[in-house]
Design a protein around this ligand. Structure first.
Ligand code: HEC
Length: 109
């Protein structure tokens, strides 16, 4: 009885630990940040002020559809923030910052 219980326990531990370590491995892996990821990041973090089409203009947000900024200016605006725009430097990875630039530019006519 005791033996059977410890076999059960060992199996239980194996099962409950096994997949967990695997999941950890997966999240620490560098996953490529796709264009779709960048678009949904824009929807989540930027559209509240700029709108999906870039024209919403909440709290003085610039109309991104008529913006003429260069790639570097776009990423530094996102990184540093500007006046009413919060800084995202601390919350985005370099990869995310880079991927957002074409999303912002795609709003131009
Ligand atoms: C809290 C509202 C808010 C959020 C959220 C926000 N912005 Fe802004 N954004 C602004 C405001 C306000 C400005 C105008 C800043 C200024 O020039 O005074 C601006 C300006 C910009 C500009 C410069 C446009 C130009 O032509 O000068 C870019 C590019 C930009 N935002 C991109 C983004 C991106 C990308 C995100 C999401 C990561 C984002 N913004 C999130 C409010 C916001």
């Amino acid at each position: 009885m005791v033996l059977r219980l410890s076999v059960f326990l060992a199996l239980f531990l194996l099962v409950s630990c096994g997949p967990q370590t695997k999941e950890l491995d997966q999240t620490s892996e560098e996953k490529p940040f796709t264009k779709e990821d960048a678009t949904s990041l824009f929807t989540m973090r930027c559209a509240s002020c700029h709108g999906e089409d870039g024209k919403l203009g909440v709290s003085g947000a610039k109309d991104l559809s008529i913006s003429t900024l260069t790639d570097t200016e776009i990423s530094s605006t996102i990184y540093n923030g500007k006046n009413g725009m919060p800084s995202f430097g601390g919350s985005f990875t370099q990869e995310q910052l880079k991927a957002l630039v074409p999303v912002v530019k795609s709003l131009r006519k």
